[in-house]
Write a protein that binds this ligand. Structure first.
Ligand code: FUC
Ligand code: CA
Length: 838
């Protein structure tokens, strides 16, 4: 190298060095000179600058079908519990997929006169009933003939015919006759603050705006279109059914109706247009022209009723039409402004109960772009906190949109949004984690009434569940005497309670015990004793009877077990396993607790107490793990490593069996097992991991999973990707974050049990602890600095704060006496009083 080249090289290297250092410093400044403020008021909005069709899709999370991908990744959901829409926001050919929660195939039908919830009641070609096989499987396991017993389990299945699927109702289509070819300044958003969605764009100097919402008080879905400028609105409106129904346009209404081909379920929808512009109708089309603003109101219903065994209201087509029309006419009369006002008041009454603040600042980027930055790891902390807050609030938004107090069905695998007639897993009610997860955040985030449809749905499964208990397990309830009901992995609105058509995913009596934990939590959080007495306890009692009656003694271990058992969805079939034993333990535990609160069933409670002691769900294996099967010794010897289900760890979350107070060694073993299951999973399995690590008390690990979820588990519309879209993961996240900030399942309230380093400063208010204490607190440098507790029903409050140097003042500024026991603060509260800790 000549001297000249040497010096050029040196100069180039120096320039590169200086450049990279400044880029580095620049990036650091960009990241950390970030104006995070706890206490700011930040709009919670999912927004895009493109319509669903124009926004790209994530190929890694793809459904492999373009149409499905555009829908599941990019549309924006609105809902009022019973019905909803997913909005594309197309400028020229607007589409809104319309859904109503009861529109299902399957169940009773003229085609299936013998429909009975899928139970196999006939004898098979060997002249045997499923109960014969059940008894044989039990005997073989008892005799230690595991191979024969396992093979015979395949006989313990249900039918497939008549299962059905949640259906897509149809599509609201608005074909605009714009005088321009291209629009500008496009925006599409969903505001979580008031449950309003919107689209706006400009064309020929006119601003076009649309607003969309689904009102719970008025039951209708509403769309308003506005043209602000020279141009007018002119478009064709149709509402084709996805069920082949007839659509008739007349004056300013379109009525779409028919019967579901498979089961004769009647459906009827009516859509009315209100405008000062001109409306004409022909066939199935309403044509609007010369309008400055147009309001579209939609309502729909079916003749489904959640009543065994017919599941129909008994209405005639005319009565159904009249019921739907009355709702529409009332809404039309009320007018847009009042509909909107009442909708927002109704929604915010629920949504505003909780506010969560990690110091986010409203970013000036669209949601898809923010998510991309999060994925690439180049997002500012204030923007990252924004997305984390947004996803938290979204879980609450989606709960309010898909499960309201008076709904006749709970939210399903997709909440209530569905673009096809053969959705994944029929978009049904899955109970080996999914429906449970849908309702994990409901109580703690102050939405207890949104769980009423769940409690009622489980109640509605008791009658058909008795048929399953007797058909398979020979547990007969007769002459008004209840001996037990049961259902398995998957359910429908038509009392489908039999095991699935394949044992390896379909057999799961423990699902019954599991979902009853969600039901019992209604009481734990609200403290509503009358509701416990009338609605909840009868279910707990009857399910406990089923398990009490099916438990047998395992001669080898002396343990009381159910037979056969299967840990979802891997490993061998055995006599008892940790999954089933833990869930029965929880059910007995809750039944005993409830029985004592109500002072009823003394003898039964005593019997359950003697049985619960013999369940012995937890054993620790050679590698210090929680065994999933009792014959497991080394970790990983049985089953699939990294399996998504955490079935043997349910005693920790959502259960009360494994905890740091009573059995720290079990908690340690849970950590070994959790590590073995790994941090890489998808959809709900990430949600479950976040909650479980939160219960372990490891906030940094829970946060690592949150980051992973943001990087690989969300679509642009922030729906959770299993993939495909499955809503449980959204609810799992919201529950998990709450669990990181507050836990209350061990008889006391613990604040910040799993706070990650990244969330060192923050504020949350309105969340609920068991015992119905409403909490508002702020933390700084990972320590609680401010706490207010509202006692909604009175009673003793026990607190674990991490500090005891406090003073308690009530709303009358009087100092409240307290005692300290084992580092916990205990004081008596009065109903309605707010306590301030200083
Ligand atoms: C359970 C899970 C599946 C899926 C299905 C709906 O069976 O194991 O992953 O989420 O539910
Ligand atoms: Ca409990």
């Amino acid at each position: 190298m000549t001297n000249k080249t040497k010096s050029i090289v040196a100069i180039v290297i120096t320039i590169i060095l200086i450049a990279s250092i400044s880029i580095g410093i620049g990036f650091l400044i960009y990241c950390y000179a970030d104006d995070m403020v706890v206490g700011g008021d930040v709009d919670m909005k999912i927004n895009f600058d493109k319509s669903a069709k124009s926004l790209g899709v994530n190929v890694f999370l793809s459904a492999k079908n373009k149409e499905d991908d555009i829908w599941q990744q990019n549309t924006l959901p609105i809902g009022n519990g019973m019905l909803g829409g997913s909005i594309y926001g197309e400028v020229f050919n607007e589409r809104i997929i319309f859904n109503e929660k009861t529109l299902w195939t399957g169940g009773p039908s003229l085609k299936r006169p013998d429909y009975n919830g899928g139970n196999l009641t006939e004898k098979d070609e060997n002249g045997k009933t499923v109960n014969d096989y059940y008894q044989e499987v039990k005997r073989l396991f008892e005799e230690g003939k595991n191979k024969e017993a396992s093979a015979l389990c395949d006989k313990l299945v249900g039918k497939e015919e008549g299962y059905g699927a949640y259906q897509c109702w149809g599509e609201i289509k608005i074909n605009m006759h714009h005088a321009f070819k291209k629009s500008k300044d496009y925006e599409r958003f969903l505001s979580l603050d008031n449950a309003m969605a919107g689209v706006s764009y400009k064309g020929n100097d006119t601003t076009f705006k649309r607003e969309y919402f689904a009102s719970n008080p008025d039951k209708v879905l509403v769309i308003k279109l506005i043209a602000d400028g020279e141009e007018h609105l002119s478009f064709d409106l149709t509402f084709p059914s996805k069920q082949g129904g007839i659509s008739v346009a007349k004056e300013n209404s379109i009525c779409t109706y028919g019967k579901v081909e498979d089961n004769g379920l009647m459906y009827y929808s009516r859509m009315d247009v209100i405008t000062a512009g001109c409306v004409t109708s022909a066939n199935n089309v309403l044509s609007v022209s010369g309008a400055k603003n147009v309001v579209i109101v939609v309502y729909a219903s079916t003749d489904y009723a959640p009543v065994y065994p017919n599941y129909r209201t008994g209405e005639t087509q005319e009565q159904l039409a009249e019921r739907v029309s009355l709702v529409i006419e009332k809404a039309v009369k009320k007018g847009y402004e009042d509909l909107r006002k009442d909708h927002i008041a109704d929604y915010t009454a629920l949504y505003d109960r909780v506010s969560f603040d990690l110091g986010a600042v409203k970013p000036d980027l669209t949601t898809d772009k923010l998510l991309k930055k999060y994925k690439k790891g180049v997002i500012k902390p204030s923007q990252q906190r924004y997305l984390e807050q947004l996803l938290y609030n979204y879980g609450r938004y989606l709960t309010i949109a898909s499960s309201r107090k008076t709904d006749i069905l709970p939210s399903n695998l997709q909440g209530l949004w569905n673009n096809r007639n053969n959705p994944p897993w029929a978009s049904d009610y899955h109970m080996n984690v999914n429906l449970q997860m849908n309702y994990w955040p409901t109580y703690s985030t102050n939405l207890a009434e949104c769980a009423n449809p769940l409690v009622n749905y489980i109640d509605s499964l008791r009658e058909p569940g008795r048929v399953t208990a007797s058909t398979y397990a020979g547990i007969v309830s007769e002459n008004g005497e209840e001996n037990g009901f049961v259902f398995h992995t998957q359910n429908t609105p038509f009392g489908w309670t039999c095991p699935g058509w394949d044992f390896s995913w379909g057999w799961s009596p423990a699902s019954t015990a599991w979902i009853l934990q969600n039901v019992y939590e209604y009481y734990e959080y609200t403290g509503d004793i009358e509701y416990l007495r009338k609605n909840i306890y009868p279910m707990l009692r009857e399910a406990s009877l089923y398990f009490k009656n099916t438990l047998v003694e395992d001669k080898n271990s002396g343990r009381l077990v159910t037979v056969p058992t299967y840990s979802p969805e891997h490993g061998p079939r055995t006599m008892g396993n940790t999954y089933e034993q833990s869930l029965i333990w929880q059910l007995f535990n809750d039944t005993i607790e409830a029985g004592k609160v109500l002072a009823v069933d003394g003898a039964l409670i005593e019997e359950l107490e003697s049985k619960i002691a013999k369940l012995k769900p937890i054993e620790i294996g050679e590698n210090g793990q929680i065994k999933e099967w009792y014959h497991e010794s080394k970790l990983g010897q049985i089953g699939q490593k990294n399996h998504r289900h955490l079935s043997h760890l349910l005693g920790l979350f959502p259960g009360d069996l494994i905890n740091k107070d009573l059995h720290p060694e079990w908690l340690d073993a849970t950590v070994v097992s959790l590590n073995n299951r790994g941090d890489k999973s998808t959809g709900w399995a990430m949600g479950q991991r976040i909650n479980t690590w939160a219960r372990v008390g490891d906030g940094d690990r829970a946060y690592k999973l949150i980051k992973q979820l943001f990087k690989s588990g969300l679509y642009s519309n922030m729906w959770d990707a299993h993939p495909p879209f499955q809503i449980d993961g959204n609810f799992g996240y919201t529950a998990g974050v709450t669990e990181m900030l507050m836990q209350s399942n061990l008889g006391y309230i613990e604040l910040l049990p799993s706070l990650p380093r990244e969330w060192a400063n923050g504020k949350i208010s309105g969340i609920i602890a068991r015992g119905n204490f409403e909490l508002a607190f702020e933390w700084k440098d990972s320590k609680v600095i401010d706490l207010e507790i509202k006692s909604n029903i009175g009673g003793k409050c026990i607190l674990k704060l991490g500090r005891t140097d406090i003073k308690i003042m009530d709303s009358n500024f009087l100092q409240v006496p307290y005692v300290i026991e084992n580092g916990k603060i205990k004081f008596e509260t009065q109903k309605g009083m707010v306590y301030k800790l200083v």
